[in-house]
Design a binder for this molecule. Structure first.
Ligand code: FAD
Ligand code: FES
Length: 268
């Protein structure tokens, strides 16, 4: 019988240093997945950790994950090199509702490493550009040094409405973006809620204030979509580690609308 916990072995084919504590790993793989899904990545002898798939399924031959160094497994991952091998289980979870988003204007709002799951959908939408309306990305980080995917942000300026911001004090010489917290910058942009879906991911405090700002701007709860990061173990609805009431974030999520999140019990 097949062991559902046995990982595939993938080789690291490229590593991008994003910030002092964040790296993106490109892993050689031919895996079918959709934007929003995640995997359980293992460093042999150290353990497993959950990361979203940050690349787009339109990019063939590899998947990417962007990893912030915060503990045992992420430390071990950061010490690996190109040609080293890691384990991968997945893809798991639901995905962004692409059919619902087709024909709509899209507003992506990301904070810090929260841009990783949004990047998968954003790159997908850019590769299927005619299927979507206007695309805006509002992306903020604590400081210029903490912005991820800097090499791609330059190119994005040509393709979408891009608004970058850093927290007050996080700017440096030559910074041409905005200075201010993401929810405040959001309120300053004259955006129309009509025919627009919002896809957001970032620190919980940012999400809380972004959702409040969006509701002030007239966005309804079912048009605000985010991805949740509950601690996970099995990733497939077996261990009960990630549930909020009856909802298993690993199986029913991690992508939920704000409406669905508000219907969850208060324990979240
Ligand atoms: C669906 C999903 C997608 C994710 N995507 C990404 C991603 O793309 N990139 C990324 O860097 N991280 C992501 N995470 C978070 C990531 O799983 C944890 O940072 C990682 O498991 C930490 O492993 P570790 O062994 O290095 O840390 P540990 O040694 O296990 O823990 C270090 C510290 O971090 C805390 N911690 C661990 N996991 C979490 C968590 N999920 N939420 C809050 N605190 C936690 C621990 O309590 C401890 O204080 C995601 C999590 C989920 C559930
Ligand atoms: S992580 Fe085990 S049930 Fe969700």
């Amino acid at each position: 019988m097949e062991n559902i916990y046995r990982p595939k072995v993938l080789e690291i084919i490229e590593i991008f240093k994003e910030t002092p504590d964040i790296k993106t790993f490109r892993l050689g793989a031919d895996i079918s997945y959709m934007p929003g899904q995640f995997g359980l990545y293992s460093v042999f002898g150290e353990g497993e950790a959950t990361f979203c798939i940050a690349s787009s399924p339109t990019q063939k031959g590899y998947i990417e994950c962007t990893v912030k160094r915060i503990g045992k497994v992420t430390d071990a991952l950061h010490s690996l090199d190109v040609d080293d091998k890691i384990g991968f289980r997945g893809p798991y979870g639901n995905s962004f509702p692409i059919d619902v988003l087709k024909g709509k204007n899209l507003l992506f709002i990301g904070g810090g490493i929260g841009l990783a799951p949004l990047r998968s959908l954003l790159l997908y939408c850019l590769d299927k550009r005619e299927d979507f309306g206007e695309i805006t990305l509002l992306y903020g980080a604590r400081s210029v040094n903490d912005l991820v995917y800097k090499r791609e942000l330059e190119e994005l300026k040509e393709k979408i409405n891009l608004v970058l911001t850093v927290d007050p004090g996080g700017e440096k010489e030559g910074w041409t973006g905005k200075i201010g917290f993401v929810p405040k910058v959001l309120e300053e942009l004259s955006l129309k809620a009509e025919n627009c879906f919002v896809i957001t991911c970032g620190p919980p405090i940012m999400i809380k204030f972004v959702c409040a700002s969006l509701e002030n701007l007239g966005f309804s709860e079912d048009k605000i979509i985010t991805t949740l990061e509950m601690k996970m173990k099995c990733g497939i609805g077996k261990c009960g580690r990630c549930n909020i009431g009856k909802t298993y974030v690993c199986k029913d999520g991690p992508v939920f609308s704000l409406k669905e999140i508000k219907e969850m019990p208060d324990e979240f």
